[in-house]
Design a protein around this ligand. Structure first.
Ligand code: SF4
Length: 359
């Protein structure tokens, strides 16, 4: 037996596994799944997404692309449309890149070693451990925010989880606690325990089978664990979207530059460093693209979208033009096509409310 495993470690693993066997009622469509493609898909969808939201997307993806070959051969625009609303679109780009790689290099057989899985685009140590253990019963412990919260509370660890030392500490501890004979069951147990019992807010300490040995519970430090060293700074951005319309045609452009929402579409954007009036936004538009025959026909309310490090405030200004400018003609589409195109959430919200699109 590993000498660094103490009584406290053994109590943790045994009690957690007992809880998993007898009391874990969490239901998710990918639970007990052994197909690594489906496990990978669920894990990519669940990065930065709550289970309740991710479940519907997972079901839709599996229905449309039941095997990795189908996903590899799908059109990019179609996959983006299915992903629409989930956010963090780099995940979608990585999903497509990895599907293509597995189709071409691995002939549709998902790689089965931790090293190969970790080398896939969009797969970090957490996702690799999940796929390796759930799909191939390899002894790799998952470590995410849920797991670090449970461990920091139970073992009373105050090292911040977002530091190099914190990550090393929690990774080593998680690996030590893993039941090597049942890695998939153990990983499922700790993830479900963190999500349903040792929750971020209002953990169920009074019903918790670990409470008798939980250091945070004993020392009344549950509410202050886990520790973080940094506060996230949120940048404010102001987007003025111009809907350039000519009859039944409207201008939309793909976002191609290195920024949020790359690969999605949007209307003509003019970004300002603060909230400006419609008049000033129109003046900036004139300076930027110099259209003279334009008439403002509607200005929307303000829409907001919060991302991890940014908050976007957007306003939509409908502008009527007499004719399609030749230099922009390749960007005009029929308005009825908008429903088939993938947009960021803030634009989809606007379009859902926009009368001119929905009548
Ligand atoms: S007693 Fe409370 S803080 Fe400790 S492991 Fe259980 S739920 Fe988490």
């Amino acid at each position: 037996m590993n000498p660094s495993i103490s009584k406290q470690h053994r109590f943790f693993t045994r009690t957690l596994m007992r809880w998993h066997m007898h009391s874990n009622n969490r239901v998710m469509p990918w639970k007990f799944e052994k197909d690594p493609y489906k496990i990978w898909l669920s894990e990519i969808i669940l990065q930065q997404t709550r289970v309740a939201q991710g479940t519907a997307y997972y079901n839709r993806f599996i229905k449309k692309y039941p095997a990795i070959e189908k996903l590899a051969k799908a059109k990019e625009a179609e996959v983006f449309k299915l992903w629409e609303g989930l956010g963090y679109y780099s995940r979608c780009r990585n999903l497509m890149a990895t599907a293509t790689l597995i189709h071409e290099k691995y002939k549709n057989v998902f790689p089965s070693t931790y090293k190969e899985i970790l080398s896939l685009k969009g797969v970090g140590p957490y996702t690799a451990a999940a796929i390796a253990s759930f799909g191939f019963d390899l002894p790799y412990a998952v470590v995410d925010g849920n797991v670090m919260r449970v461990l920091s509370r139970f073992f009373g660890i105050f090292t911040p989880i977002d530091t190099t030392l914190g990550k090393k500490t929690f990774n080593e501890l998680a690996q030590l606690l893993l039941d090597p004979k049942q890695p998939a069951q153990y990983n499922q147990a700790i993830m479900d325990f963190g999500a349903t019992v040792c929750k971020p807010q209002s953990p169920l300490c009074n019903q918790c089978p670990l409470s008798q040995n939980c250091l945070a519970f004993k020392k009344k430090s549950v509410d202050i664990l886990p520790k973080k060293s940094k506060k996230i700074i949120v940048k404010q951005r102001f987007f003025n979207y111009f809907l350039l319309e000519v009859g039944s045609f409207i201008l939309i452009k793909p976002r191609t530059h290195k920024d949020i929402w790359k690969g999605l579409h949007e209307f003509l954007l003019s970004e300002t460093s603060s909230q400006v009036s419609t008049k000033d936004a129109m003046k900036k538009l004139s300076e930027e693209i110099g259209l003279s025959d334009k008439k403002t026909i509607e200005v929307s309310k303000l829409y907001k979208q919060k991302l991890t490090h940014q908050e976007i405030t957007a306003r939509f200004i409908r502008v009527q033009l007499d004719a399609i400018p030749s230099e922009l003609s390749s960007f005009f589409v029929q308005k009825k096509q908008l429903k088939k195109i993938a947009f960021p959430k803030i634009i989809t919200e606007y379009l859902e409310e926009a009368i001119f699109i929905n009548t």
